[in-house]
Write a protein that binds this ligand. Structure first.
Ligand code: FES
Ligand SMILES: [Fe+2]
Length: 381
């Protein structure tokens, strides 16, 4: 799991007038709306004796811990310790981490990390132009990838060779040969465009089977992904008039579960009565992927690429692994094993910008991360 990244913590609709708990990168967070309706995100663990803040009440823009009533404002500073009375000055150390939050596209984006505003990457809200756009009909969905590791899952969804085998509706076993296309690396990810053999119309069902030309030979597929929010956008141009666009972001809950938030836009069969059918096709594909990813061995991505036999068609997955390695070398890769080993006795929280701006005097320690030492170059010896 990576820190110093934007993740979608919840949908806007999920955060009502009650505190909302959300788990990301192996840590717990609480979201709540303050007096002005602004969303706030804090570590869910009270710095007094570990109360779960999401079980508490919202009081005058602060969240009150359910255990002994300490109150914390949106910046994470404790403003009230009932057992000490009103006269006492609250010690600075009575604080918890507070995280930047943005609401866009009906989603709540939280920056899980300690970079300052100037250092933070942009939110990949690539799908925004498709929303409230009469040319497109949009459906949205959430999905819980239980028993799946986030790296294995990301690799699966950018893998352009697996649909031939895994997906009934757009697979095409008669033409699984993969053709090499250039992969363009971007600031935070990569993209590619390919023309692949179209599945037979007989593999499609419902309304789309009726509108696709029977003699269709190819589909143009454009894929772009980013490490930021683990976002991915896929354009499927089935004909010049029939295009479907899929956008999703993935939030690692911990090392073994992922939540995804997705959108599907289509410029055909735009009437709402086709929504259920389009989503059904999507969930069928999602479940086909889930069945593969949860049984991969090892469960997490291998520690060395030499322990798998990668071929040319794995080029995009390799680009993803290289990016993960870059982030690991920057100290942003959470040590899931240390977390699992010590997590019953220790509280680990994601580092926050408030902490990096004022690093001394915190009760909780930050998530353990892997720091991989780069090999010493000959020149440096
Ligand atoms: S544990 Fe939160 S107030 Fe005591
Ligand atoms: Fe798939």
């Amino acid at each position: 799991m990576l820190i110093n990244n934007w993740y979608v913590a919840a949908t806007s609709k999920e955060v009502t007038d009650k505190p909302h708990r959300t788990r990301m990168v192996g840590a717990d967070f609480v979201l709540f709306r303050d007096d002005s309706g602004m969303l706030q995100c804090l570590s869910d663990v009270c710095c007094h004796r570990g109360g779960a803040l999401h079980r508490g009440e919202i009081n005058g823009g602060c969240i009150a811990c359910p255990y002994h009533g300490w109150e914390f404002n949106g910046a994470g500073q404790c403003t009230k310790i009932p057992a000490l009375g009103d006269e006492v000055t609250i010690p600075k150390r009575a604080r918890i981490d507070s995280y930047p939050v943005e609401e866009r596209m009906g989603l709540v984006w939280v920056f899980v990390g300690d970079q300052s505003e100037a250092e933070r990457p942009d939110i990949p809200d690539w799908f925004a132009p498709f929303l409230d756009n009469p040319d497109w009909r949009v459906t949205r969905y959430n999905y819980e990838w239980t028993d799946c590791n986030w790296e294995r899952l990301c690799e699966n969804s950018i893998d352009t060779a697996h649909p031939s085998f895994v997906h009934k509706r757009f697979g095409n076993r008669i033409s699984p040969k993969w053709t090499t296309v250039p992969i363009e690396t971007t600031e935070h990810g990569a993209k590619s465009a390919r023309v692949r053999a179209a599945p037979a119309v007989s593999q499609k069902r419902g309304g789309i089977a009726e509108i696709l030309p029977k003699d269709r030979k190819t589909t143009k597929v454009t894929l772009e992904w980013s490490m930021i929010a683990l976002a991915e956008m896929l354009y499927q141009e089935m004909t010049t008039e029939i295009t479907q666009v899929l956008f999703s972001v993935r939030t690692p809950v911990d090392d073994n579960a992922v939540r995804s938030y997705g959108f599907q836009a289509r410029n055909f069969l735009k009437e709402p009565e086709h929504d259920a059918e389009r989503l059904e096709a999507l969930f069928e594909a999602v479940k086909e992927d889930h069945g593969i990813v949860r049984l991969l061995k090892p469960h997490h991505t291998v520690s060395s690429n030499a322990r798998e036999m990668l071929i040319e068609s794995d080029a995009m997955e390799l680009a993803f692994r290289n990016k993960v390695e870059e982030w690991r070398d920057l100290g942003r890769y959470v040590d899931g094993e240390a977390l699992e080993k010590n997590g019953r006795r220790e509280v680990y929280v994601a580092p926050s910008p408030t902490r990096s701006a004022d690093p001394k005097g915190w009760v909780h320690q930050t998530l353990p991360t892997l720091l991989v030492k780069k090999p010493v170059s000959a020149a440096a010896e």
